[in-house]
Design a protein around this ligand. Structure first.
Ligand code: GLA
Length: 408
C-alpha cells in the first residue's frame, strides 16, 4: 500500500516537473525586454517607402544624434521590405529596395552596436499586401534568425478566422525553436485583449489602433481612424496592471518630430515615458532638428520610462482639462506629469501636503504630508525647490510639466 502511494506520488511529481518545464520553455523570455524596448521604426514617417539605404542612414543617424547612447537600440524596418517566396517557400527581400539582402543589413546595424527589427503579419498578407507568414511561420522565423534579426513586429491584417492567441503563440514557438533571442512585438491593436495572454507569448503588445501625428483629434481615414495622442493616453487607463518588466503595453510608436508642435512633442514623449511605453521613434532621424533631438534624447525623461520598477503611471486627478499623473520609481522617487489637454494655457496649483498620492498596484505611497521631496523640472533641467511649499505653475496648451520628486 505504502509503495503504491509512493509510486503515485512520484508519478504526480514528475508530471508536475514536466508541466513546469513545458510552461517555462513555452513562455516568452522576459529578460529580452526587462525595460521597455527603445528604437526606431520606418512606418510612421516612410510607410511603404523603405530601402536598405534608408535603414543604413538611419542607423548612422542613431549614432550621430546621440540616440544610441541615450538607450535606443532597435532599428526596425516595418511593412513592405518583402519580395517573393522562392520555390521552397522561403521569403526574400525586395531585390530593388534591399539589393544587398537582410543579412548584410543586419551586419551593418550590428557593427554600430544596434539591433535590427523586421515586420511580418500573422495572416496571408501583410497590411501593405505583401506576403504574410500564415503557414510559413517556421520558415520565416528560420530566415529571420539566419539573417541575424533581433526583433519581430507581427501584424494582424488578413487573418480571417484565426485565433489571435494561437497565431501569436505559433510565431512565438517558431522564433523560440531557432534558438536566437528575438523580441516578439504583438501588433493586433488590442482587439483580442492581448494584455491577457501576451505576457506568455511576446514582450510587448499594441493596445490600440494606429497612432496619427495629431495631438488632440483623431484623423478620419474613411473606414478607419488614426488615433490622437490624447485618445491613446485615455485608452491606457484600465491597462496599467498588465505591464511590468519583460511584458509591456504598447500604445504605438512615437510621432515626435512628425509635425506636432514643440509642446506636443514634449507632452507626447513625457506621457509615453510615464506609461513605461516602448520608445520607438517614428521620425526621419537623418534630418532631425535640434529641438526634436533634444526631446528624444532627454535622459532624465528616458530614465522614467526605463525605470527598473516597471510600473506605469496612474492618473491622480483630472479637472479643467488638466490631468495629473504619478509614477512610482524603483529608488523611492516619484515622477509627476501635469498634462494640459486644452487649447489654451492653464494655471496649475498643487499643495503637496494636502494630496494623497498612493498606488495600490505597487503598494507605494508618496506620503507627501510627512516626507519632503526635492522637485526637479525634467524639461527645463532645473531644480524647483521642495515640496515644503505649494507648487504654482502655468502650463501652455498641449504642454506638460514633468517633474521628478526626490526624497530628501
Ligand atoms: C498596421 C500596423 C502599423 C503598420 C502598418 C503597416 O496598420 O498597426 O503600425 O505596421 O500596419 O502596414
Amino acid at each position: 500500500m505504502r509503495s503504491l502511494r509512493l509510486i503515485a506520488l512520484l508519478v504526480t511529481l514528475s508530471a508536475a516537473t514536466v508541466a513546469a518545464q513545458d510552461t517555462s520553455s513555452r513562455a516568452a523570455p522576459r529578460r529580452l525586454a526587462l525595460t521597455p524596448p527603445m528604437g526606431w521604426n520606418s512606418w510612421n514617417k516612410f510607410g511603404c517607402d523603405v530601402s536598405e539605404q534608408l535603414i543604413r542612414e538611419t542607423a548612422d543617424a542613431m549614432v550621430r544624434t546621440g540616440m544610441r547612447d541615450g538607450g535606443y537600440v532597435y532599428v526596425n524596418v516595418d511593412d513592405c521590405w518583402h519580395g517573393a517566396r522562392d520555390s521552397l517557400g522561403f521569403i526574400h527581400p525586395d531585390p530593388t529596395r534591399f539589393p544587398s539582402g537582410i543579412k548584410a543589413l543586419a551586419d551593418y546595424v550590428h557593427a554600430k552596436g544596434l539591433k535590427l527589427g523586421i515586420y511580418s503579419d500573422a495572416g496571408s498578407k501583410t497590411c501593405g499586401g505583401k506576403p504574410g507568414s500564415r503557414g510559413y511561420e517556421r520558415q520565416d522565423a528560420l530566415m529571420y534568425a539566419k539573417w541575424g534579426v533581433d526583433y519581430l513586429k507581427y501584424d494582424w491584417c488578413n487573418t480571417e478566422e484565426l485565433s489571435a492567441h494561437g497565431a501569436y503563440l505559433t510565431m512565438h514557438e517558431a522564433l523560440a525553436s531557432t534558438g536566437r533571442p528575438i523580441v516578439l512585438s504583438i501588433c493586433e491593436w488590442g482587439t483580442n485583449k492581448p494584455w491577457e495572454w501576451g505576457p506568455s507569448v511576446g514582450q510587448l503588445w499594441r493596445t490600440t489602433g494606429d497612432i496619427g501625428a495629431s495631438f488632440a483629434t483623431d484623423i478620419d481615414r474613411g473606414n478607419w481612424k488614426q488615433l490622437s495622442v490624447l485618445s491613446i493616453i485615455d485608452l491606457q487607463l484600465p491597462l496599467r496592471k498588465y505591464a511590468g518588466p519583460g511584458h509591456w503595453n504598447d500604445p504605438d510608436m512615437l510621432e515626435v518630430g512628425n509635425g506636432l508642435s514643440a509642446a506636443e512633442n514634449r507632452a507626447h514623449f513625457a506621457m509615453w515615458s510615464m506609461l513605461a511605453a516602448p520608445l520607438i521613434a517614428g521620425n526621419d532621424l537623418r534630418s532631425m532638428p535640434p529641438d526634436v533631438a533634444s526631446v528624444l534624447t532627454n535622459r532624465e525623461v528616458i530614465a522614467l520610462d526605463q525605470d527598473s520598477l516597471g510600473v506605469e503611471a496612474f492618473r491622480h486627478s483630472s479637472s479643467d482639462s488638466v490631468d495629473v499623473w504619478f509614477k512610482p520609481l524603483a529608488n523611492g522617487d516619484w515622477a509627476m506629469a501635469v498634462l494640459n489637454r486644452a487649447g489654451s494655457a492653464r494655471k496649475f496649483a498643487f499643495d503637496w501636503k494636502r494630496e494623497q498620492v498612493s498606488d495600490s498596484l505597487s503598494g507605494r505611497g508618496a506620503h507627501l504630508d510627512a516626507v519632503r521631496y526635492a522637485v526637479r523640472d525634467l524639461w527645463a533641467h532645473r531644480d524647483l525647490g521642495t515640496t515644503q511649499r505649494p507648487l504654482a505653475a502655468q502650463v501652455a496648451s498641449h504642454d506638460v510639466l514633468l517633474l521628478r520628486l526626490r526624497k530628501m
